[in-house]
Design a protein around this ligand. Structure first.
Ligand SMILES: [Zn+2]
Length: 428
């Protein structure tokens, strides 16, 4: 038996259209209805003073690379979930590009077992679309669904065969799984490593054109229509992708898009010092792309915020720009960056919508029971100080890796306490 009262916070629970200063009651790992429910407790009742804080449903990150099994030198399920907790996340969705790839029920079972032992937040695995994420043969999608994946994706790679992708979407519809897609046309992108434009030309680095993303976003819109099933486009970076999704929504097509903070915090100009912590896939783009993504967030075209947390060891990133792996860590900076940029700096959305994009929207996409403060729901809660000014310090990261371009950035807004099933897993 355990009970907690979170007192006097601004409770924002978009799932229940709630935004008011109130107390929140937690009992035995669940949200309780009222004070009377926990008054009869024999054991002590913990109290948390949440004055001037936002009390939000535990945030969900739909795009995280936990790297286990196979790449424990970059991150482990233990270190990655500690980073999630420190970032304010109570639930994370991990990508299947591990070694072995999560393309079979045994690997999914391994991830779930390991998470049950070592994770301090909820871990929902995804399964691969194709065997070994090679894009040639379908993974056993029905068995993956039975093993408990919340979605399928070949993230890190992109199924190039439209016919194979069509069959994947049809199987996914049959077993009720959403399809997530990393949108990259290999013909157009070739060996591109940075946005194709002024800076790629000036620096002599191979270009990754925006059309390489837009072509696959268009393919996914066509397949979502053809198969009458939802397809979610991961880490949208290009203005044309936003326009295509907006037009598809107007026709009622079931397609959605997510945004990572680096794609609005930075432009491709940042690569001019050849620092591999700015090498990301899809790449940092132009000011026009950033503006279009901000508009897509403002008008609801892009509905989910996430990190694409992609840890790499220092020795892997400290090589020539062309050779270095893509990606940066993000769990511990994303909420701060999004609050700072979307709410304080650009004023594109309010805090209620930001919380909705991290709770209701991902829960709806994945059809999971999370992201709400409804009575009886798991007591997953994130306390946020939207006005707290802080400085990013890589040496304080919980993540096992520190490949981030945001060291030293001064941000306004962050999570200050993270509670999973009634238990505090992180406290500033
Ligand atoms: Zn990706």
């Amino acid at each position: 038996m355990s009970a907690t009262i979170i007192k006097n916070g601004r409770v924002i629970d978009p799932a229940n259209r709630r935004d008011e200063v109130a107390d929140l009651y937690l009992k035995d790992g669940k949200i309780a209805a009222s004070k009377s429910e926990i008054r009869n407790q024999k054991s002590e009742v913990d109290e948390i003073d949440a004055s001037n804080l936002i009390v939000a449903p535990g945030l969900i990150d739909v795009h995280v690379h936990l790297r286990e099994p196979g790449f424990g030198h970059k991150e482990t399920i233990a270190s990655g979930t500690r980073a999630a907790a420190a970032g304010g996340f109570t639930t994370i969705v991990c990508m299947p590009n591990t070694s072995p790839a999560a393309d079979n029920p045994a690997t999914i079972a391994w991830i779930k077992d390991r998470a049950a032992e070592a994770a301090c937040v909820n871990v929902f695995p995804t399964g691969a679309i194709s065997k070994n994420i090679a894009g040639e043969e379908l993974a056993p999608i029905g068995s993956l669904a039975k093993a408990g994946v919340v979605a399928i994706t070949d993230d890190g790679h992109c199924v190039q065969s439209h016919e194979l992708m069509r069959r994947a979407v049809e199987y996914a519809r049959m077993v009720g799984l959403p399809v997530l897609d990393h949108c990259q046309d290999y013909n157009l992108v070739g060996n591109g490593v940075v946005n194709e434009g002024y800076w790629s030309t000036l620096l002599g680095l191979p270009g990754w054109p925006a059309a390489g993303e837009e072509a696959i976003v268009m393919r996914n819109i066509l397949l979502a229509e053809l198969c009458v099933h939802h397809i979610h486009c991961q880490h949208i970076s290009a203005a044309g992708s936003v326009r295509l999704i907006r037009e598809a929504h107007a026709r009622g097509v079931k397609v959605s898009g997510e945004v990572c903070p680096h794609h609005i915090a930075l432009t491709d100009e940042a690569i001019r010092n050849f620092d591999t912590n700015y090498k990301i896939n899809p790449p940092l783009r132009s000011k026009e792309d950033v503006d279009a993504i901000l508009e897509g967030i403002a008008d609801g075209t892009l509905s989910i915020l996430c990190s694409d947390h992609a840890p790499h060891a220092e020795f892997e990133k400290e090589i020539e720009f062309d050779q270095a792996p893509f990606g940066i860590v993000g769990l511990e900076t994303e909420l701060g960056l999004f609050i700072d940029l979307l709410i304080h700096k650009h004023r594109k959305i309010d805090i209620g919508r930001l919380i909705e994009m991290y709770t209701v929207e991902p829960a709806r996409l994945l059809k999971v029971d999370a992201g709400t403060l409804s009575v009886g729901a798991s007591a997953d809660v994130t306390l946020i100080d939207a006005n707290l000014e802080w400085t990013v310090r890589l040496d304080q990261f919980q993540s096992a890796s520190s490949n981030s371009p945001f060291d030293g950035w001064k941000l306004k807004g962050r999570a200050v306490q993270t509670i999973v099933a009634g238990k505090t897993v992180w406290n500033l």
